[in-house]
Design a protein around this ligand. Sequence first.
Ligand SMILES: Cc1ncc(COP(=O)(O)O)c(C=O)c1O
Length: 387
Amino acid sequence: MDYNKYVANRVKGVSFSTIRYFFNLASQMPDAISLCIGEPDFVTPSHIREAAKKSLDEGKTSYTPNPGIIELRREIAAYLERRFGLTYNPEKEIIVTIGASEAIDVAMRTLINPGDEVLIPEPAFVSYGPCAVLAGGKPVPVPTYMKDGFSLKPEVLEKFVTPKSKVLVLNFPNNPTGAVMSREELGAIAKVAEKRDLIVVSDEVYAELTYGVEHVAVASIPGMRERTVTIGGFSKAYSMTGWRLGYIAAPEGLASEFLKVHQYSVACAPSMAQYAAVEALRNGDEDIKRMREEYDRRRMFVYNSLKDMGLECVEPKGAFYIFPSIEKTGLSSEEFASRLFDEVKVAVVPGIAFGESGQGFIRISYAASMENLERAMERIDQFLKRI
Ligand SMILES: Cc1ncc(COP(=O)(O)O)c(C=O)c1O
C-alpha cells in the first residue's frame, strides 16, 4: 500500500532529528565515546525516586487533575517566585506537562494559526521548527553569531519580523551553544517583542544550569509577564529525563487555552512522576548544586582543551553543551562529525542539525563522565593533528 498519500502534508514537511544518528552508531560500537546526547549522566537522586515509589505503594495510581496535582503546581509557583521573582497562580496559571517537549507542542498548537510566523533564534534546539510546522505555522530562523557570544541581537531580530510574526521562541541558557543572556540583553529583546506585539515562548529548561552568571527569567523583565509563556522542566536540573515531566507557566488567559490542548491530547502527566517532582522541588536544591558543580568542572576542562587544540569557541555559561567552530579545518560540520566518528570513534553532533547558522560548528555535550571526556579530548586532538 502506498501510505504516502494518507500522511498529512504537515507531517511530511518535517524530518527526524539527526541528533540520534551518531548516538545510535556510537552505541553499537564498544570503544566509541558519545558526546551527542543532551542528557545528564546522573541517575535521579534517590529521595526523588523514593517519593515516586511511595506514591505507588499508597495506591496513588489514578489520573490526576488535568493541569497536575495541586501540591505540585503550588511547589512550582513557590519555586518560580523564590528563584526568579515570578508570581503565578497555581490554580489557574500553571500546567504540568509531559516534559518541556509537550509544553512546546501545546504552546505552538494553541497559539499558531495557519501561516503565522514563528521566530526561532538559531542555532536552535531541534523541536521548535517541527512543532511550529505541525501546528501549521512557518518557522523563521533568526541567526545568532559567535562574535556576539550567540546572544540574540535586537537589530538582527528586527530584520526578520513581519506583520505575520506572532511567536518569538527564546531558549537561554541555550541548547546547543550554552549561551546565557543578561537582564540587559533580554530587556532589549523585550522591547522588540512589545513593539512588534509578539508572544514569547521562553524555554528555560536549563535555568538551573548556569556557571558564574544568573539566569534571568524572561517573564521577570518589566512588561513581559503578560506576553511570555515560560516553559520549565525537571529533566535537566534533577536528572529526570525518563520521568517525562515539565510545565508551562503563563497568564490565565493563555493557560486556560493551553489546558484544552493538553487535556484532549494527554489528559494529564504521569501521577508517580508528579509526586517525585514535588519531592524534587521541596528537597532537591543540594542535588542541583552537586550536579552543577560537576558540570562546571567538566565545562572548564572541555573548554580549555578545545582552546589548547586551537579550536575557536565561546565559553559556554549555561546548559551542558559547548559549540566550537570547526571552520578552519575546511570541513563542513557533517564531514567533520562523520570523519571524527569513523577515524577516532568520537560521536558529536554536526552544528547543521540545529539549523543553517550551525554550519561550521559541532556540538559537544559535556554531560559525560570526566574519564570519557578526557579520552575524547585526546582523540579529537589526534584527529585535528592528522587532518
Ligand atoms: C532546549 C530544550 N528544551 C526542551 C527539551 C526537552 O526537555 P524534556 O525532557 O523536559 O521534554 C530539551 C531536551 O534536550 C532541550 O534541550
